[in-house]
Design a protein around this ligand. Structure first.
Ligand code: GTP
Ligand code: MG
Length: 226
């Protein structure tokens, strides 16, 4: 099966190249597509230096969900590996391990979690994943209705398709992997404001049309890898 990696990125000059190189080194990935929404730093050039194909969009029309949709529409791969452009510590080995259950046909979706340490990891692995590092068939992403392609809620929408189709998910912690938070990127005050806005978006979906049974069906199809 052909797998392409789609990487949304806006102003991720510090991390984008390393993440592109990690994704290109994943043995299952054919090519890496970075979708850049009007970055004002060198994100696009550094992604190209790392070997990615870069799709540049207008900042004004940007959102994480739409960037991901643009990347999917621009390729013909049957499997899509999403990787955020702001990961730290991510290697090709992490991505190989993330792809394995999917490639082996063990799971329809495979998700990698950041490493939050021994105390939190077991809890995080049972939580509905909002992690951006995941692989799935392209039809799963394309099954999300256009009006639901909204900002940071996209991962909940992917979970929704998986759960409503009663599909299997595997999750695993990616040892040593984390990311740059909005506070790291924008400073405490602006970063915190954006973080709160993001969680309000997520809560809006949880209180809105997303059915709670989604989580139940997700858990029924969940297996945890070490
Ligand atoms: N192309 C594009 N990428 C985006 C956009 N918004 C976020 N991203 C990228 O999506 C990835 C995750 O975004 P973050 O804002 O770090 O969100 P997060 O990691 O879920 O949340 P934090 O905990 O605040 O870091 C990063 O690579 C961002 O650059 C956007 O509007 N357009
Ligand atoms: Mg981040």
């Amino acid at each position: 099966m052909i797998i392409d990696c789609v990487m949304p990125a806006r102003n991720e000059a510090l991390t984008i190249e390393a993440n592109v190189v990690a994704a290109r080194g994943c043995r299952f990935v054919r090519s890496v597509i970075v979708v850049d929404d009007g970055s004002t730093d060198a994100t696009g050039a550094l992604a190209e230096a790392g070997g990615a194909r870069v799709l540049r969009r207008e900042a004004s029309s940007g959102s994480k969900a739409l960037a991901m949709a643009t990347g999917v529409a621009a390729c013909d791969a049957e499997g899509i590996l999403f990787v955020d452009g702001d990961c730290t510590g991510l290697t090709s080995v992490h991505l190989d391990q993330l792809c394995e259950p999917f490639v082996e046909g063990v799971a329809t979706m495979s998700v990698g979690f950041f490493d939050y340490g021994w105390f939190w990891n077991p809890l995080v692995r049972r939580w509905p994943p909002i992690s951006g590092e995941r692989i799935m068939p392209r039809w799963v992403f394309e099954a999300i209705p256009e009006e639901k392609l909204q900002g940071y809620t996209i991962e909940l929408r992917i979970n929704e398709v998986i759960a409503e189709h009663r599909l299997e998910t595997t999750v695993r912690t990616m040892k040593g992997v984390s990311h740059r938070t909005k506070r790291d990127k924008l400073g405490f005050v602006v970063g915190m404001r954006r973080t709160v806005a993001m969680y309000r978006e997520l809560l809006g979906v949880l209180r809105g049309d997303l059915r709670w049974r989604t989580y139940w069906f997700y858990l029924r199809g969940l297996s945890i890898r070490r």
